[in-house]
Design a protein around this ligand. Structure first.
Ligand code: LLP
Length: 430
């Protein structure tokens, strides 16, 4: 198997950075998420470097939804990242990590009244998703005697080659304002007293393995900027969202590199702004690309069973990693304690959840497995723990952070008491 540079096989066992994964599983127990802080730093540097090589005024906003651990936020904050935030929780984490309010963008198509008040209070810019929201935000800002800097989320009606559930800029998507109506929205904002339209925002989808849709998106946004200038708005930032995909099928996927991504979008951007005579900041909102490959989900084989096929029943299921079940996503798996043994048998790696769809990895050739073996699920750092649940009343597992030769918990495992703690006894059951 082709492994990314922070993973290797040592003495027949899978290693992440300097750490033996089997030792980590033993020390901290399974199931277990392990994340390489060094890899996140490397990813950030690579992506931000590829963009700033073309233009200095780049701002990287980490898409907080990809991985909500505070230690991950802190890592990215220390590199200079801001964040794309979607909730009060993400705002709190971003601020707790040291990110400044001015480096956040509050996104989302369905913000609550308290979300809007929070953005106003903290001085966080808002990507406004509808005229209705615009009026509510103006009223909230007016009440606080403040003015909020805003962008509008543009729906560019762009088809992208990804799973339909994570394409966000289709004409039929719930996000953003159609390009045909966007100018009216800015006009309305200009007429209001407590919102200050200074940006343009867009996000076309996630896990995109082609660069052309991004270049097309930038072209659409430059068109919006041209119209804005005509009505007297000089855009201070153009935010092109996230979406750059990673090669989950390590053998066959051809994923664009950050340099190829930058090479496709930056010339369109630079030509456009030159023509318009403006110098806005370019913002990007990567989630997956920064954190996905930094993390393994380590899971122990509970039992092996041969029925119509052979199942390796492990201790992590879609409660901890829902992507395979939800999007038919592929994650590579490695038998961590038999990492250089020959692959001799086809297995489906199945979790402990009471549903047939609880399959982490379908029909994979692996070394002969037995109870007690450790399976590493690769590329689990984005939308992994972040989308986990307590389904089947299973407490969530721990997360460990690795840096150099150090390893420490960044989240302790939940317990059954933790599950029941918020439950209440209605008076008639007492
Ligand atoms: N910006 C906005 C406004 C977004 O909605 C998203 C992701 C991103 C940035 C970051 O996209 P990324 O660079 O990570 O592709 N749960 C799905 C992915 C959902 C993405 C939601 N929005 C998955 O597991 O594949």
């Amino acid at each position: 198997m082709i492994l990314p540079s922070h993973l290797s096989v040592r003495d027949g066992r899978l290693a992440i950075g300097e750490h033996d994964t089997v030792d980590l599983a033993r020390q901290f127990g399974t199931p277990l998420y392990v994340t390489s802080e060094d890899r996140i730093r490397e990813n950030f540097q690579r992506l931000s470097g590829a963009l700033t090589a073309h233009y200095p005024k780049i701002r990287v906003l980490y898409a907080a939804k990809a991985n909500g651990n505070l230690a991950v936020f802190r890592t990215l904050a220390s590199m200079g990242a801001g964040a794309d935030v979607f909730s009060a929780g993400e705002v709190a984490l971003a601020l707790a990590s040291g990110m400044r309010p001015a480096s956040l963008l509050f996104n989302g198509s369905s913000k609550t009244p308290s979300d809007l008040v929070l953005a106003v209070e903290k001085g966080i810019r808002v990507s406004v998703d509808s005229p209705d929201e615009l009026r509510q935000l103006d009223a909230a800002a007016g009440e606080a005697g403040r003015t909020v800097d805003i962008a509008f989320r543009v729906n560019p009606a762009i088809e992208v080659p990804t799973h339909p559930k994570i394409a966000t800029g289709l004409a039929t998507s719930k996000f953003g304002i159609p390009a045909a109506r966007i100018l009216d929205a800015y006009r309305e904002a200009l007429a209001l007293e407590h919102v200050n339209p200074i940006g343009i925002h867009c996000h076309i989808g996630s896990q995109i393995l082609a660069v052309e849709p991004f270049a097309h998106e930038v072209e659409v946004l430059i068109g919006v900027a041209r119209d804005l200038i005509e009505i007297g708005v000089n855009p201070k930032f153009i935010d092109i969202g996230g979406g750059l995909g990673i090669p989950y099928h390590r053998e066959t996927d051809r994923a664009p590199t950050p340099e190829e991504y930058a090479g496709a979008v930056m010339p369109v951007f630079l030509r456009g702004i030159k023509e318009l005579g403006i110098e806005p900041e370019l913002w990007v909102e990567p989630g997956r690309w920064l954190v996905a490959d930094s993390t393994l989900l380590l899971t122990r084989v509970n039992s092996v069973k041969t029925a119509h096929k052979t199942f390796a029943n492990v201790d992590a299921g879609f409660n901890l990693l829902v992507r395979p079940t939800m999007y038919d996503s592929y994650h590579a798996v490695v038998a961590a304690n038999k990492a250089d043994a020959p692959a001799v048998q086809e297995y489906s790696v199945t979790g402990p959840i009471c549903e047939t769809g609880d399959i982490l990895a379908k029909d994979r050739m692996l070394p002969e497995l037995a109870a007690g073996d450790i399976i590493a699920v690769l590329d689990a750092g984005a939308y992994g723990f972040a989308m986990s649940s307590q389904y089947n009343s299973r407490p969530r597992c721990a997360e460990v952070l690795l840096a150099g030769n150090k390893a420490a918990l960044m989240r302790r495992a939940e317990t059954v008491d933790y599950l029941t703690a918020p439950m209440m006894t209605p008076p008639w059951q007492e």
